[in-house]
Ligand binder design. Structure first.
Ligand code: MN
Length: 201
């Protein structure tokens, strides 16, 4: 079965004013759809076309050599964006609670220190890429990846807790060259319930 674009569980305008509706529509309907289409084209006729995207990502180095670049870019694009959409919700200033909040304090010092480190990773990712909060056997770490790579490609045992797309297509319509303003806005649209489930799951 071909890979398909997931429906959003919320409307394009529901993240306003932090992420604008037009950006969400183009980002989901055009950019993400293109990753899905190119992933399907790359894997057509191979056994990998019937696997889950999680399995494809975890086995990126085991794919046929001539497919690896296309799948890294487009399979990564499909996986990363599906993860990103699931994480977004206007949170009215909510902060993480429970085990995730405890782990942030334990491993990263405090929520503010975590926010600073994550922001630095996102601002300083040169060119296109992503910033991530990952759990490495329960220990939280902040990392960044280029292009549509994600941390699971090198280490499938990690768990992704949150991720932020810092490609210009994710923010340029509203924020133009001001990536830091977009990153600051992101803290208003993290669904901490989902992040806590990602950590516990
Ligand atoms: Mn994107």
């Amino acid at each position: 079965m071909p890979f398909t674009l997931p429906e959003l569980s919320y409307s394009f305008d529901s993240l306003e004013p932090h992420i604008d509706a037009q950006t969400m529509q183009i980002h989901h309907d055009k950019h993400h759809q293109t990753y899905v289409d190119k992933l399907n084209a790359a894997l057509e006729g191979t056994d990998w076309a019937d696997k889950s995207i999680e399995e494809v990502i975890a086995n990126i180095s085991n794919l046929p050599t001539d497919k690896q670049k296309a799948v890294r870019n487009n399979g990564g694009g499909h996986f990363n964006h599906s993860f990103f959409w699931s994480l977004l919700k206007s949170n009215n200033g909510q902060l993480p609670t429970g085990q995730l909040a405890e782990a942030i304090n334990r491993d990263l010092g405090s929520f503010d220190e975590f926010k600073k480190r994550f922001t630095d990773a996102a601002v300083n990712q040169f060119g296109s890429g992503w910033a991530w909060l990952v759990s490495d056997n329960g220990q939280l770490k902040v990392v960044a990846t280029p292009n549509q790579d994600n941390p699971l490609m090198d280490n499938p045992s990690l768990k992704l807790i949150i991720g932020l797309d810092v490609w210009e297509h994710a923010y340029y319509l509203k924020y133009q060259n001001q990536r830091p303003a977009y990153i600051e806005a992101f803290w208003n649209v993290i669904n901490w319930d989902v992040a806590e489930q990602n950590f516990a799951g």
